[in-house]
Every structure is written in structure tokens, then in C-alpha cells.
Write a protein that binds this ligand. Sequence first.
Ligand SMILES: [Zn+2]
Length: 107
Amino acid sequence: MSIESRRREIAREAKAIVALAFRNGPIEDLHGGRPCPTCAGRGGFSRITDDEIKAIIKHAVNHVYQLLVLRDENPVEYERKIQFGERYTAKWDKPEMPRRRHHPAGL
Ligand SMILES: [Zn+2]
């Protein structure tokens, strides 16, 4: 397989993994509902509580862990899950290789 076609496959998996681990997680509930009249669209407000960020990260870690284990131990089930995740990603941008860190370590 060429590098280009392998990268296309990895891009497909990356988007599906984010859909499964992040988009379809606790962040959905935070995003739902009416915009906050005070802070919607404005910086300078803490809009996610410590418990909420912990729940988002915990959900993401558990699902990425599950997917990486499946990729090793049960590639058929891994592919089934990736195909399910792809239902959400058809209109997403293609991934780009990050050039540098966006956040300091330990966030
Ligand atoms: Zn607010």
C-alpha cells in the first residue's frame, strides 16, 4: 500500500475515533440546549466545569483505549466500530498534521 493510500486510511480512522470517543460523549450534553445569555460566543468565561472536563476526558480515554485494543485483538470488530463512527464524519474536514503543540502539558 502506498504512503498516500495508507494516510487516507489513517485519516478515515482518526475522524471515526474522534466521533466515537469525543463527539458522541458527554460534550454532546454540554453543547445541547439554549446558548448562555451571558457567555455564549465570548471568551474570558469558564464555560466547562472541572467535573465536566473530567467526564469528557475519561470518556475519550476509555473509548480510545477500547478501539486500540480492538485494533490489536479483533480487527474485524475494530473496522465495524470505525464504520459506525464514519456515519458522523462525512462532512468533516480532512485531518492536517499539527505543526506544534496547542496546549502546555498537564492541561
Ligand atoms: Zn454562560
